[in-house]
Ligand binder design. Sequence first.
Ligand code: TMP
Length: 213
Amino acid sequence: MRLFLTFEGGEGSGKTTQIHLLAEALKKRGFPCLLTREPGGTEIGAEIRRILLDGKNHRLSPLSELMLYAADRAQHIEETIAPALAENRIVLCDRFTDATVAYQGFGRHLDLKLITELNQLATGGLKPNRTFLLDLPVEIGLARATARLERQKSSEGRFEAEALAFHEKVRQGYLRLAREEPERFRVFDATMEIEALHGKILEEIESLGIKKP
Ligand code: TMP
């Protein structure tokens, strides 16, 4: 089944946990699917991801940051996403174009029209069939994300180091995108228990024609 599903949300929203649970559930139902992410869904993308997320790179300029996300995406579409969709697989992607609008557009105040054009260029116009937005208060998400970075001794803390006000703008940006495209977006309360949220996402997936085994 050819289906392109994306997961979005602020830091610590639990989207990575949910996307893995969904991939497992789909495989159990016999649907071949590909689980991938941005940035870093390809080998070249992994190198771009390191530059983008390394907490040491606080000198990266907003425009340079935007271009690197676009470069990661162009590579990802061509090398991974488009071929998987051409094989009629379900593609589950942890962040996609909406993240650029929310973070670089609403968060960094880069020109929204430029971002739309770059997204169009990088994706060739490919749009997700559904986008699951996991929404939660930024203080809760950041506390979760920071604890995880410490636990994993990860150096990927460049965005977590941004002020609460930045993350609030990102959150409001995502919610605005969801209001603008209600047929594509499904917004969930990410403070919900993991299993309960997984159940809600499965219900939505079933409405797309993926039935219980
Ligand atoms: P994640 O793996 O936790 O989702 O981290 C990726 C980070 O990159 C996250 O802080 C959001 C940020 N990001 C952008 O700023 N713009 C983008 O286009 C994408 C895909 C991610």
